[in-house]
Design a binder for this molecule. Structure first.
Ligand SMILES: Nc1ncnc2c1ncn2[C@@H]1O[C@H](COP(=O)(O)OP(=O)(O)OC[C@H]2O[C@@H]([n+]3cccc(C(=O)O)c3)[C@H](O)[C@@H]2O)[C@@H](O)[C@H]1O
Ligand SMILES: Nc1ncnc2c1ncn2[C@@H]1O[C@H](COP(=O)(O)OP(=O)(O)OP(=O)(O)O)[C@@H](O)[C@H]1O
Ligand SMILES: [Mg+2]
Length: 457
């Protein structure tokens, strides 16, 4: 039987849509808008429809089709409480989806929807009901508008009409934001979203958290089929706590008859100013093994080779900053070498305070296989340290990345421009000064790339 290709002709109902789509493309370009979509019932149709017009790609950051409640939580940080309390098809859910799409991506406008495309009604909500939300980032503030609309027709007619409506209203709502007709989102809503995204709970039971996180390390080590854990111990509170959790996890494995080992690593650059603290941390952790590797020769050799290869710096400070990140990456290289030789998982020490501020070297100390401190504020890390019985001087120690040779032991708080008290207050939904809040939100947004996989075509 011959295969007949129909003539390329547009369905009549789609023709006027091209006008709208071109208009949206031009609008996005004129206002330098970058769009992220989070689509439930339209399942990618908004992005796909916009992509029909040439040149629209310039204004697209990403298009997410997020059907399940789990995906809405995973990719958009929609809270479980909202889903449970308000339901999947609700403006509350679409609003959280839009804020999630905006803040988790490199976009300044986000569209989200969730609805009932049919053929059957769901939870008593009639077919054709769609809840939309549009989120805009404009002049350091977030604006959020939601609408619920009803569309008639069959499943795919509803989906297409909803996709076009979402794009059409993007222009109207953006204009309203620019004209000052919409109030910025309450800070608390934005703050709560970040708290959920970073998986912070305002109050913890430190003893329970210790047990939970030791079990997590133990189970994941078993699941991975690997045999050891590897972690650099600096003398700071994060690696002191993570190191002790790692040691307890391998001891638990051995009690269960599974062979497991913890390799603690000392990774000084030359002589470390607070070497005594690092030794105190090791004495507390009591790791199975300690490997000491001076990362100075490798770090300096890399910088020297780069300079010999023609790399120049604007000044001594920039050179020193770049060397700092080389140091963090040399530590990563050393830990992965030990992991490679010992079937090991590299443990990371990232917690919510550092995650909020993107305060780590990408693929340096940010690189790891398992991150047991995830979701903890700095104060909560200290609480875990205290119940583990770590020396008080280490539990209360001033945090420092200690990467810059020209500024040894520079306090993180000085580098960050905000205090850990403010960071923790923000993360746990408390009041902070307007200045601190603005710094944190801006830094969180600018560092989004550090919390995500690399940008891909
Ligand atoms: N929007 C974007 N999308 C994708 N990639 C983006 C990007 N913006 C920058 N980038 C890229 O990211 C890279 C820069 O990131 P990165 O190399 O990390 O460098 P960067 O963030 O500039 O520096 C690391 C910072 O973390 C601090 N730190 C490091 C290590 C440990 C600790 C500690 O607390 O112990 C703190 C350190 O003091 C410094 O302030 C560049 O390649 C840049 O192009
Ligand atoms: N000199 C070092 N020796 C071994 N590991 C190090 C060293 N410096 C940094 N690291 C590793 O890099 C991680 C990130 O450093 P970071 O400063 O954030 O944590 P910390 O030193 O443990 O605690 P704090 O943030 O309170 O100073 C450390 O937890 C540790 O695993
Ligand atoms: Mg430190």
């Amino acid at each position: 039987m011959a295969l007949v290709t129909p003539p390329a002709r547009m369905h009549p109902s789609r023709r006027p849509a091209m006008e709208l789509l071109r208009q949206v493309r031009d609008y996005l370009q004129d206002y330098s808008l970058k769009l992220a979509t989070a689509e439930s019932c339209t399942a990618g149709l908004i992005a796909s429809e916009l992509a029909r017009v040439p040149g629209s790609g310039q204004s697209m950051d990403c298009g997410l089709a997020v059907y399940s409640p789990e995906a809405k939580q995973r990719y958009l940080s929609v809270s479980a409480q909202t889903l449970e309390r308000c339901g999947l098809t609700s403006e509350a859910t679409s609003k959280e989806m839009a804020v999630g799409a905006l803040t988790n991506n490199d976009a300044n406008v986000a569209i989200a929807n969730t609805g009932i495309a049919g053929p059957e009604p769901h939870d008593g909500i009639p077919v054709g009901t769609v809840c939309f939300a549009w989120a805009f980032r404009y002049e350091q503030q977030i604006y959020l508008i939601a609408e619920t609309r009803h569309f008639s027709g069959d499943r795919n007619e509803v989906r297409l009409a909803a996709a076009h409506y979402a794009l059409k209203r993007l222009m109207t709502h953006h204009a309203a934001v620019v004209e000052g007709e919409v109030s910025a989102v309450a800070h608390q809503a934005h703050q709560a979203h970040i708290q959920t995204a970073l998986r912070v709970v305002p109050a913890i039971d430190p003893q329970q958290e210790v047990e939970r996180r030791v079990m997590f390390l133990y189970r994941q080590l078993l699941n991975s089929g690997q045999k050891s854990l590897v972690l650099g111990i600096s003398g700071g509170v994060d690696s002191t706590v993570a190191g002790r959790l790692a040691q307890l996890a391998v001891e638990k494995a051995r009690q269960e008859g599974v062979s497991a080992h913890f390799y603690a690593m000392r990774l000084p650059y030359d002589t470390q100013h607070d070497e005594a603290d690092a030794q105190q941390a090791l004495a507390f952790i009591k790791p199975d093994s300690v490997l000491s590797v001076n990362i100075q020769a490798a770090s300096d050799a890399m910088l020297a080779s780069l300079e010999a290869g023609g790399l120049g710096f604007t000044d001594a400070q920039q050179r020193d900053f770049v060397l700092g990140n080389i140091k963090a990456r040399q530590r990563m290289v050393a830990q992965y070498a030990v992991a490679g030789a010992n079937a090991g998982l590299v443990v990371g020490t990232d917690q919510a305070a550092e995650a909020l501020m993107g305060f780590f070297t990408k693929y340096g100390d940010g690189a790891c296989d398992i991150a047991p401190l995830t979701g903890l504020t700095k104060a909560q890390v200290r609480q875990l340290g205290a119940v583990l019985g770590a020396p008080e001087a280490l539990v209360e120690k001033q945090p420092t990345a200690d990467l810059e040779t020209l500024k040894p032991q520079l306090a993180d708080e000085e580098a960050l421009g905000v205090s850990y008290a403010d960071i923790d207050a923000f993360l746990t939904g408390k009041q902070v000064s307007e200045e601190a809040r603005a710094t944190m939100i801006q830094t969180y947004q600018r560092s989004a790339h550090k919390r995500h996989l690399p940008i891909t075509p």
